[in-house]
Unconditional design. Structure first.
Length: 118
């Protein structure tokens, strides 16, 4: 099992930036894929971005391509999500998740709130 803890959320105006962090602990992460998801009020949780812990291969939702960047720093066991040009529709609780290889995400953090005002 992987323990995850997010930080970095907050309130920002449209067009602004935030950087989220997800620190992992509990086991070796080399075979894991780390992902960021978000959930807006009354909506289902949706995929935002993911990166393979071993090789740095990243993927993004179409809605955030060109604005968000995911990367990991293995020495810190931390995955980051840089969010630029934020829009009100980016508002939600952002969750960090871990999946073993290409499997389902089975470990989650507690979430961090991101609010983008217009």
């Amino acid at each position: 099992q992987v323990q995850l803890g997010e930080s970095g959320g907050g309130l920002v105006q449209a067009g602004g930036s935030l950087r989220l962090s997800c620190t992992a602990s509990g086991r070796a992460f080399y075979s894991y894929t780390m992902g960021w998801f978000r959930q807006a009020p009354e909506k289902e949780r949706e995929f935002v971005a993911a990166i393979a812990w071993s090789g740095g291969r990243a993927s993004y939702a179409d809605s955030v391509k060109g604005r968000f960047t995911i990367w990991r720093v293995t020495a810190r066991n931390t995955v980051y999500l840089q969010m630029n040009s934020l829009k009100p529709e980016d508002t939600g609780v952002y969750y960090c998740g871990a999946a073993l290889g290409d499997g389902a995400y089975g470990d989650w953090g507690q979430g961090t709130q991101v609010t983008v005002s217009s």
